[in-house]
Design a protein around this ligand. Structure first.
Ligand SMILES: [Zn+2]
Length: 291
């Protein structure tokens, strides 16, 4: 099982959440049968969204991130709850062109130019909606940019997915670092100093570092208190009833038109690829429930 560790510096200046998301990204790769560049992009977004979810205060809250670029990958989507459980999908999972640059998969090129949409639903009231231009399409930088622009929180975000030549996920993880209201200019300087010789997340994962060790590496020079540690994973909460709720919103004529030659509607969950069948009786029940 994957794990998130959240910690705070003893002086209350900086908060960090770090994740080992290897199984989550491995699962996503298997569900969506993603090409290496699609695995890297979706994996990074799932990892970042999971950590962002874990930062939500309200237990009922969810967060939805959409990387909407004009590149070959199409739109990449991820949704997480406040326990960091996450699901997602990518518009073009077989994006065949693998862009390599200096031995690294060039996710930014496959994503293209566009925007990062963030929808945070606190479980009550209107959801918060933020939209920022993509900085590089490399996802970690875009998430940090979102926090800086939209929420005015100085943030460092690093994400990494390590994939072997056959496209298999070897390791995945990330770190999200945020300056708290009690932070001084000197704290920003110290973090910037730490970033100068910071190994990449994939390198730290390859060395077998735990989420706590990665967070501590970012917070070098601080005394670090662990806030909590919990298990996370790829999780889809779809059900026939939930999909029925969505479909039943359509006008009766459209509903009937959707049915195939057997009189059935097949609905497919984008997040876990499960397929649900609504037969003639189900469809007529939905229609009569409207009257
Ligand atoms: Zn599902």
């Amino acid at each position: 099982m994957d794990k998130i560790t959240r910690c705070i510096t003893h002086d209350g200046a900086v908060m960090a959440a770090a994740i080992d998301s290897t199984e989550t990204v491995f699962t996503a790769q298997r569900i969506h049968n993603t090409s290496p560049v699609a695995t890297a992009a979706l994996g990074r977004l799932l990892t970042g969204t999971s950590v962002m979810g874990a930062m939500l205060k309200n237990p009922e809250a969810t967060i939805n991130l959409q990387v909407a670029g004009n590149g070959e990958l199409g739109i990449v989507t991820a949704v997480a709850n406040s326990r960091g459980h996450v699901k997602g999908y990518v518009g073009n999972p077989d994006c065949t062109t693998t862009y390599y640059e200096n031995g690294h998969i060039n996710v930014g090129k496959a994503v293209g130019r566009g925007v990062l949409n963030v929808m945070r639903d606190e479980g009550a009231g209107e959801p918060y909606i933020g939209k920022v231009p993509l900085i590089s399409g490399e996802i970690a930088e875009d998430i940090a940019g979102y926090y800086a622009t939209s929420e005015q929180i100085p943030t460092v975000c690093a994400l990494g997915v390590l994939i072997d030549k056959s496209g298999m996920v070897l390791a995945s993880g990330g770190v999200l670092l945020q300056m708290l209201p009690g932070a001084f200019e000197s704290d920003i300087d110290r973090i910037e100093e730490n970033l100068k010789d910071m190994p990449s997340v994939t390198r730290m994962l390859a060395e077998g570092m735990t989420p706590l060790q990665m967070a501590e590496r970012y917070l070098r020079g601080y005394e670090v208190d662990v806030l909590d540690e919990f298990e996370v994973g790829y999780y889809c909460n779809c059900s026939k009833a939930k999909l029925e709720n969505i479909i039943a919103g359509m006008p009766p004529a459209e509903l009937r038109a959707l049915a195939d030659e057997n009189g059935e509607i097949k609905a497919h969950c984008h997040f876990c690829n499960k397929e649900y069948t609504f037969d003639e009786a189900d469809i007529e029940n939905m229609i009569s429930a409207k009257n």
